[in-house]
Write a protein that binds this ligand. Sequence first.
Ligand code: SAM
Length: 268
Amino acid sequence: MSDPFADVDAASPEFIEIMATALEVRAADPSMLPVIDGYLDRLSPPDGGLIVDIGCGTGGVTRRIADRFRRASVLGIEPSVALTDTARGLAGDRANLEFRVGDGAALGLGDGSADIAILHTVLSHVADPASLVAEATRILRPGGTLVVCDADFSKAALGLCQGDPLDSCARAFVAGSVTDAWLAGKLKPLAFAAGLTVAHFGTANRVVTDGMGNLVWVRMASARLVGDGVIGQPLADALEAEYMRRAEAGTLYGFLPFVTMIALKAER
Ligand SMILES: C[S@@+](CC[C@H](N)C(=O)[O-])C[C@H]1O[C@@H](n2cnc3c(N)ncnc32)[C@H](O)[C@@H]1O
């Protein structure tokens, strides 16, 4: 099953809108911010340094990086023209923030030109993560830092009991919208293969018990299943209504572990 995040612009405008909204909701979700801030707290870019956010989507995380490190330049690179347009539109007047269209495997930046490269929930959506890690390593200066933060989608859950239909949405989302649900366990070998030294490897659970933070699982799973003719729109509507009902009733329980790896390029 093809992962729509692997080629966003190939999707319909309606589906791109669902993905863009989902990325913005997630980047601002209170359950997500500690995961992002958990690695930003460990970074100290030099004044005038360059931070590259690879596969930045609509730029929700990139804006947070730019606001956190105002003395650094922050460059978001994203293959989707549609998401890059949205990112530019949401950038506001941040003077240290720029977005470009580009592929993570060919960034178009010089060797050693960046201080920090960040891959935030990108590698689980690409067929060849090693090529992106190698390219990120190439653009880092000696001593530069690679941050990879990704979900362990193999553990995603949204159920309250065995056979819960909302849990099926979590599974259908992962089956249809993630390229490698088991990527998290492969991160250290990917870093070693690129010649990097792992300085930090940690996990943090994102638990969603209210709000719209996991609605994307229901929306993307249902949209695909409706599109494939597996279910009808009334069931898709009912699944979304059930998500809303639980969010309102306080019985929502979404669970997803995130792994953060911080790896360093050798000084020389
Ligand atoms: C789940 S989204 C994450 C977006 C953003 N990092 C965030 O967390 O909000 C995955 C992103 O990876 C991008 N992507 C897919 N293939 C890519 C590639 N080869 N190089 C760089 N980015 C890629 C997608 O276009 C999409 O924006």
